[in-house]
Ligand binder design. Structure first.
Ligand SMILES: [Zn+2]
Length: 632
C-alpha cells in the first residue's frame, strides 16, 4: 500500500544494489528500547562521531510505500542532544520542521541524540497508526530514526539494537547478529535498508517457514504476532495455500525475485489497524485478530499478503521515477501509482484465486465489488490520473465524502480499484491480440523479472517504458489505451476487460463478501441501493451525491435514528431495504444532523443491491482462464 535510494531516476537508468551499506556517509549506532511498548512509548538513542560546527538532524518525512509526507514528526518527543556529556541547545527549522539545528563544539568526540517516540492510540495512517499494545510491538525504524540532514540514507551505515519487553519474541527479515537476553543486536546495514526492514515483537509469536532457504524458491516465512495464542492456530490447509501463493506469485515474474529472503510480518489484532505496507524483503501486514482462524475473514482479506508480496517487484525493485527521490527529505510524485498500486491491486486479488485462497467465482465477486466502488460519483469530475496525483493527501483525507472525493481509503474507489479494471482489460487485450499465446504475466516477467542475482535493487521507470514493454508482448497502441483511461471521467465505467472477457456487471440481492471491509465492524455497505455507507451506530460516513439517499436529504455525517418508524439498527435497515421492492410507500428515515432531527422520505424500491459478474451469452469466457493456477 507502502525508500530507498534510489539509485536511478529514469527508465533507462542503471540498477543499484542495496544489500550492504556503502559507508560513504556517517556511521551511526541506533539503540531502541521497546521495553515500554505496552505503555505506548519507545525510547531511542542515536550516536555518531562528532564533527565540530553547525549541523542538523532530520526526522524522516516522505515515507516510501506510504506515498506521502507521513513521517510522524508530532510523535517525536523527549529530544535531548549531547556532545559527549554536554547538552546542546537545538532549534527546529521554521520551514523544514522535521530538521533540528545545533552547533557541535570543538573537541567533542561523540554526538548523541536521545528521544522518545510516543505511540498514538488512535488516528494516523499506515506506520503512524497505533503500533504497540499490551502484547505486540511493530517497530518501524523510521519512527525512531534521526540522521544527519542532507546525507543519503543509503550512504549512512547504521548498527541497530532493539530491546524487547521481557520474554517477548522477535521476527522479521532484518539480519540478526546476536541476541543477548531481551536485546537483539542486528547486523550493520544502511539506514535505507534499516527503514526497509521493520520488525515484530510479541508475546504471542509464531514463525511459519513456508519454504526454507534450501528450497528452490529460497526462504519465505510468515512471522506472526497476535493478541492471543488462539489467533495463531492457523489451519494447516491455509498454510499450504500460502506456500502456493509464493509459487504462483513468482511464476508471474519468471521465477525471478529481488530479495535474499522474504518475510510477511503479520499482526493479528483488533486495535493495531488493518492495512499493509510493502518492503523489498518483508511487509508490515495488519489484520483483525481472527483473520487466519476464520474462513470468512481469511477470504475477505485474501488480497493483502499477495498484494504486498507483489510490491517487492512492483513498487520496490521497479519504481516510478517520481518515487526514486534519494531520501526522506525529497517530495514524492505519485503520478504512476496506477501502475504501482493499480497493477498490484489486480494481481493481489487474482493471485489469491490462483493459489486457492478464494475460488474463481469469489474472485469475480471481488472484481465486481471493485467496479461498484469505481461507480462512485467522484469519477464525474476526478479522472483516474488525478486520484494518483492527489495521493499525498487523499490517503489521509477524513470526515466522509469518500465517494465524491474518490478517497484512497474505505472502498478504495481510486487507482486501486479502477486499476484492477483497466489492468484486467490490458490482460484480456493481450490474450485476444495473441490468440491466447501471451498474457499480462509476460509483461511482468519482462518488466520486473530482471537481474536475478540475489540482491536488492531499485530501477526507476516512466510511463513510456511501461508502454514499450507492453508493446514487446503484444503490439498495440498502449499509450493511447492507458492515456484514454487515465483521463476518462463520467458515469460510464471502464468495464472493457469484464465485457471482452465474457461477463457483465449486474446487481442482485445476493450478498458480495468483498463489499464489506476486512475487519468486520458491523457497518452496512448500501452504495448499490441507497448510495450510502452506514456505521453500526447509524452514522452515515459516506453519501454519494446523485444517489437516492442524498437526493432525498441524507448526507455524510448524519446519523440514522429510525427506519420506517422503528429504531435504527443495521439489521432493521437491511430488512427495510429488502422489503422496499413490495412497499407501497417511500422509505422513511429519522436522521440526527448534529442535534437537529428531521424526517426524510426516500422514494426507493430497488431492494438490496450487491454487485456481481454474470456470464454474457455468446461471449467467450476469458476470465476463468485468467484465474487458473499457473505454477507447477
Ligand atoms: Zn499496495
Amino acid at each position: 500500500m507502502a525508500l530507498a535510494v534510489m539509485v536511478t531516476a529514469s527508465g533507462s537508468g542503471r540498477a543499484g544494489q542495496m544489500t550492504a551499506p556503502r559507508a560513504t556517509g556517517s556511521a551511526i549506532t541506533l539503540d531502541v528500547d521497546a521495553a515500554d511498548a505496552p505503555l505506548k512509548i519507545l525510547h531511542a538513542t542515536m550516536s555518531m562521531p562528532a564533527k565540530a560546527g553547525p549541523m542538523s538532524l532530520f526526522y524522516p518525512k516522505w515515507i516510501p510505500g506510504e506515498h506521502m509526507a507521513s513521517g510522524p514528526i508530532a510523535n517525536l518527543t523527549g529530544l535531548h542532544i549531547f556532545a559527549d556529556d554536554r547538552e546542546l541547545e537545538w532549534r527546529r527549522d521554521l520551514i523544514e520542521t522535521n530538521a533540528f539545528a545545533f552547533t557541535v563544539p570543538v573537541g567533542a568526540k561523540t554526538l548523541t541524540a536521545k528521544y522518545d517516540y510516543v505511540v498514538p492510540f488512535s488516528g494516523g495512517a499506515f506506520g503512524t497508526l497505533p503500533s504497540t499494545n499490551a502484547k505486540i510491538a511493530v517497530i518501524n525504524w523510521y519512527t525512531v530514526g534521526l540522521y544527519p540532514t542532507g546525507e543519503s540514507p543509503a550512504s549512512i551505515a547504521v548498527t541497530p539494537t532493539l530491546r524487547a519487553p521481557a520474554g517477548w519474541k522477535h521476527g522479521g527479515s532484518l539480519d540478526v547478529a546476536s541476541v543477548d537476553g531481551d536485546t537483539i543486536h542486528y547486523a550493520p546495514t544502511s539506514l535505507e535498508m534499516l527503514n526497509d526492514h521493520p520488525v515484530l515483537l510479541g508475546q504471542h509469536f509464531r514463525s511459519i517457514t513456508l519454504w526454507p532457504a534450501s528450497s528452490p524458491v529460497g526462504e519465505h516465512v510468515i512471522d506472526a504476532v497476535a493478541d492471543s495464542e488462539w489467533a495463531l492456530q492457523f489451519p494447516p490447509s491455509r498454510i499450504e495455500i500460502y506456500k502456493r501463493i509464493v509459487l504462483e506469485e513468482r511464476a508471474v515474474f519468471g521465477n525471478v525475485g529481488h530479495y535474499r529472503k522474504y518475510h510477511w510480518l503479520l499482526t493479528l489484532s483488533d486495535n493495531l489497524g488493518a492495512f499493509g505496507v510493502e518492503h523489498h524483503e518483508c511487509a508490515d501486514d495488519r489484520v483483525a485478530e481472527n483473520t487466519f482462524v476464520d474462513d470468512d475473514a481469511a477470504k475477505r482479506s485474501s488480497l493483502l499478503l499477495p498484494h504486498e508480496f507483489f510490491h517487492s517487484w512492483n513498487g520496490k525493485a521497479r519504481r516510478p521515477a517520481g518515487l526514486v527521490t534519494g531520501g526522506y527529505e525529497q517530495p514524492m510524485k505519485d503520478d504512476l501509482l496506477w501502475v504501482y498500486e493499480g497493477l498490484t491491486n489486480y494481481y493481489g486479488e487474482l493471485l489469491a484465486a490462483r493459489a486457492g485462497l478464494i475460488s474463481p467465482d469469489e474472485w469475480l465477486d471481488e472484481v465486481a465489488a471493485d467496479a461498484m466502488s469505481v461507480s462512485a460519483p467522484g469519477r464525474t469530475w476526478r479522472p483516474l490520473q488525478d486520484t494518483a496525483d492527489s495521493a499525498p493527501f487523499l490517503y489521509t483525507a477524513g470526515g466522509g465524502w469518500i465517494g465524491w472525493r474518490r478517497q484512497t481509503a474505505g472502498g478504495l474507489p481510486s487507482f486501486y480499484n479502477e486499476g484492477t479494471l483497466i489492468w484486467l482489460e490490458a490482460d484480456v487485450t493481450i490474450r485476444k491480440l495473441s490468440n491466447g499465446g501471451k498474457t499480462l504475466d509476460d509483461f511482468c516477467t519482462l518488466f520486473h523479472g530482471q537481474h536475478d542475482n540475489g540482491t536488492i535493487w531499485v530501477k526507476g521507470y516512466d510511463a513510456d517504458e511501461v508502454y514499450r514493454t507492453l508493446n514487446q508482448v503484444a503490439a498495440f497502441d498502449w499509450k493511447g489505451f492507458f492515456e484514454t483511461r487515465l483521463r476518462s471521467k463520467g458515469a460510464r465505467l471502464p468495464l472493457g476487460g469484464v465485457e471482452a472477457g465474457g461477463f457483465r456487471l449486474v446487481y442482485s440481492a445476493q450478498p458480495n463478501m468483498f463489499t464489506d471491509p476486512w475487519a468486520l465492524d458491523g457497518s452496512l455497505n448500501a452504495y448499490g441501493s441507497l448510495g450510502i455507507h452506514v456505521m453500526a451506530d447509524g452514522t452515515v460516513d459516506d453519501a454519494w451525491p446523485g444517489a437516492p439517499a442524498y437526493s432525498a436529504g441524507i448526507s455524510t455525517g448524519m446519523k440514522i435514528v429510525a427506519v420506517n418508524g422503528r429504531k435504527f439498527s443495521v439489521d432493521q435497515l437491511r430488512r427495510a431495504l429488502a422489503g422496499s421492492t413490495d412497499a407501497k410507500a417511500p422509505m422513511e428515515f429519522i436522521v440526527d444532523n448534529a442535534g437537529y432531527f428531521k424526517t426524510v422520505s426516500v422514494p426507493y424500491q430497488g431492494g438490496l443491491r450487491y454487485p456481481h459478474l454474470e456470464r454474457a451469452a455468446g461471449a467467450t469466457d476469458l476470465l476463468t482462464a485468467i484465474a487458473a493456477p499457473r505454477a507447477r
